[in-house]
Design a protein. Structure first.
Length: 277
């Protein structure tokens, strides 16, 4: 069965994967960048082997979402999978189902901060990123040179959020801002949630090591040393820095009132509910 680690892009998914790999794989809770692959991305090409060679057509790929997960679950073991895909349905093809999914951890971030971070990540303008976040049919295409990538359906920022939250009681909602503010409290939430479907015992030393080694500064330093493998490539063929600032509220230093207002008006209902406005 699968426990999803889901989020809209640039919302803190990598941080939560780092925390989970430290808790679940490491004996002492010390983060190891090589263990990040313990929570691989879905969809990706290797999971669709013998099902389809298609990577870029979302309607075709969606036909095999469930069958790919059926294959993953053949050994009946619990798997944690990262995804930026909305929990959606395309032409009666559901992204996942109760036979394959046991739970989901969903990370949400202030969409104004997502806007700034995503624009840098995708190497596009703020205006282009706003259009992406507003687009009900938005999807990201596999990038050149990354043969394992498969098209991912996002939908709008609000659609993405609601698609996962509507799963019900087997979804843990984490706010990126809360993790930054009080990481220990949020990690304890994660541990409590995971213990609903598996046994996870974490002592004080392991918890402290996890908190320390998954700090923004430590992960940014790992990237600086060249050990991080999930960077995007800019239009001029250079690696785009993945770990930028790791703070909340940085949008105030970049967005003018008009741009911030567009986000606040479009996503007003969700932002009020999440106490972003």
């Amino acid at each position: 069965m699968i426990c999803w680690v889901a989020s809209y892009p640039k919302s803190g998914n990598t941080l939560v994967r780092a925390i989970l790999s430290s808790l679940l794989i490491s004996d002492n809770g010390i983060f190891d960048i090589d263990k990040l692959s313990f929570i691989p991305n879905f969809p990706q090409k290797r999971f669709f082997k013998d099902l389809t060679e298609e990577r870029a057509n979302i309607k075709e790929v969606s036909k095999f979402w469930i069958r790919a997960q059926d294959k993953i679950n053949e050994n009946k073991k619990l798997r944690f999978l990262k995804t930026h895909n909305a929990n959606t349905c395309i032409n009666n093809n559901y992204f996942t189902d109760k036979n394959n999914t046991v739970a989901a951890i969903y990370i949400v971030r202030d969409p104004r901060d997502v806007l700034i971070s995503a624009a840098k990540h995708y190497d596009i303008s703020i205006e282009e990123t706003i259009r992406l976040m507003f687009d009900e049919y938005a999807h990201t295409m596999p990038r050149k040179g990354l043969e394992n990538e498969v098209v991912t359906f996002l939908g709008s920022w609000s659609y993405h959020y609601k698609s996962w939250i509507n799963m019900g009681n087997n979804t843990l909602l984490l706010k990126y801002e809360d993790i930054i503010l009080d990481k220990e409290k949020e990690i304890l939430k994660i541990i409590k949630f995971i213990n609903n479907f598996m046994h996870l015992k974490v002592d004080k030393e392991k918890l402290e090591n996890c908190i320390k080694t998954t700090s923004f500064n430590n992960m940014a330093n790992i990237e600086k040393q060249g050990f991080f493998k999930e960077n995007s490539i800019s239009k001029n063929k250079k690696k785009i820095k993945f770990f930028n600032k790791g703070v909340s509220g940085d949008w105030k230093n970049t967005l003018n009132n008009a741009l911030a207002g567009q986000i606040e008006q479009k996503f007003k209902e969700e932002m009020i509910k999440l106490k972003y406005i």
